[in-house]
Design a protein around this ligand. Sequence first.
Ligand code: ADP
Length: 497
Amino acid sequence: MKVRPKSARRLTRGLRFRLTAGYALFFALVLIGVAALFRSRLESSLDEQMREVLLQEWAAMKGYLQIRDRQPRWFFDRDDPDESFIVERLRRVYMLADAKGNPIQWSTVYHDDLTLDSPEHIRAAIAAAEPSWRIRTDRHGEPYLIRAGVVYDEAHRRPYYVAIGRSLAPSRAIMREYTWIYAGVIPLGILCGCVLGWFLAGNALKPVKEVARAAQRISGSNLGLRIPVRGAGDELDYLIETFNRMIERLEKSFQQIRQFSTDVSHELRTPITAIRGQLEVAMFTARTTEQYRDGIFNALEDVERLSQIVRALLLLSQAESGQLALQKVPLDLAAVLRDLVEQFEIPADGAGVRISADLPEECVVEADRVQIERMVSNLLSNALKFTPQGGTVRVALERLPDSVEIAVEDTGRGIPTEHLPHIFDRFYRVPETHPQPGPEKGLGLGLSFVAWIARAHGGRVEVASEPGRGSRFVVVLPALATPTDQNRQPAGHPAPG
Ligand code: ADP
């Protein structure tokens, strides 16, 4: 079957292929390494053996060979087959020469196949006195191990050169046989390694494929699906758990986005319906200029509310997507809060609520003035909005070793416990049990801003509330900055909330 290049590329890129290839490569390297190690061990032990044999023959030769007046004589019992055999072996690869290098006696093999040693070589060997080892190759290419050295005549006066040798052909044949066997075994081993590796990798990756198939079934419309954990407690289970947690977070974000779109369309629909109603009333029922004006005035009020929502939403989305960068400067929070409390005194007076501040002389932190003012204004306007006549609103600022706490507390209507976890969500408003004409209906975005501003400064906001008794919001900001007098800024006017 012809494999198309694309599918071949896909195959070679696959994890299974790569694992198998890695496994086979490793297997091959181990096999080759082991074979090479064994080969060199075998070679050296065969050489060792041969040297041992030659050493014994050298000693035997000294016992059997006697030289008198340049005449070599071999003394041995010719009736003893063992001795005859030993001497015959000794003389198979053998050469004897005098100290000047003149050959005296030699074997046919030494003379015809190896050629006799040169006089220079002989003289050098006699000068060296110590026996030497050599490997010589005959004219047929057969290697010989040669031991050559000095022996003395009977009178122990004249030195003579003697060389005896042994063919290395048998041990080289063993080595060749070994090499051939391994040359056959290694590819077979690698092939087995490939098959085994392919099978093992396939087995190990099978769950991965199952996970991938399960993951493919999960889409935007069924984010509730989870990949079943296999219970093996291995890396794959860990991956599945991580993947499932990711899907869970995605599901939450999807829900939030869905909820947000529903909330936004709901929030925008209300003022649009109101505007439409007011304009229709003006169009169909108004008779006088006064009545027209009233209709348009009411419609404009709702348009204003609509643009407020859009502005706030835009700001919030900019903030949360990180487009609204903080302009942090060393800022005296005590001065900022003092100014804000002062500004809220007039509306507080109007609502019959007493506003008080418990502030230190100064408290400098690194913060964005506009955002801090927006945050405290939101908290203060909420406190005023939900505190009935005769109540109190108190602002406090405290510096702790690692943080700064801004507290805004009131004696207002409080927030039921079940609503507390949601009040920082966008558009969340605690439903009113007995709607009163009192405070203007908010957008449900103020506390979202408060939470974001606190977070953006590396802090957090906490709330404690008791229905009917009041609420206490505490913004905790990190107190990183050390107060410096030169670069402190005076508190300015609050930004529109
Ligand atoms: P809103 O514009 O409606 O004030 P917020 O996000 O500022 O929106 O507040 C969310 C809801 O939390 C409010 O609708 C109100 O029900 C509740 N809330 C906030 N602050 C207070 C407070 N100081 N006392 C009682 N309820 C509060």
